[in-house]
Design a protein around this ligand. Structure first.
Ligand SMILES: [Zn+2]
Ligand SMILES: [Zn+2]
Length: 139
């Protein structure tokens, strides 16, 4: 990580804390709502600017979950794959990783220097599957 860590004012601290505690990869709007529960009267522009600064300084990761979808924010800045529910939009971390040997081979073959990866696995989450099943049962 080459970028210097961002100097944290209390408002920025609150934004970082909210993202760090979130397990659900919140949108900027959700981060704003949660920060407002802690810091009274904080402006939307301040929160959105802080999110951009935290992303730029490498303390928070920005996550694209699909075209036309709001960006999500992730406290885990290391390469990891996500499960994205196409029905409700829920985003979960998954331990599934790209094979390190495959990645090394890719670099050997193509001379491409890999800096990281962003893998999204699409499908339906457990809750949505359960809801589908419940609907099927009702006549
Ligand atoms: Zn779902
Ligand atoms: Zn994640």
């Amino acid at each position: 990580m080459s970028a210097p860590l961002l100097r944290l004012t209390p408002q920025r601290r609150a934004v970082l804390d909210v993202v760090a505690e979130a397990q659900d990869h919140p949108t900027a709007r959700q981060v704003l709502d949660r920060v407002r529960e802690r810091v009274h009267g904080v402006g939307a522009a301040t929160v959105y600017r802080t999110l951009a600064l935290l992303v730029a300084s490498g303390q928070v990761a920005e996550l694209r979950v699909g075209q036309g979808q709001a960006l999500r924010y992730d406290q885990n800045v290391h390469s990891h794959a996500h499960l994205v529910c196409t029905a409700c939009g829920q985003v979960q971390d998954t331990h599934v990783q790209l094979d390190a040997g495959d990645l090394a081979e890719l670099t050997d073959k193509t001379s491409f220097i890999l800096a990281g990866y962003d893998v999204r696995l699409h499908g339906r989450c457990a809750q949505c599957v359960a809801q589908d099943k419940a609907k099927e049962k009702t006549p």
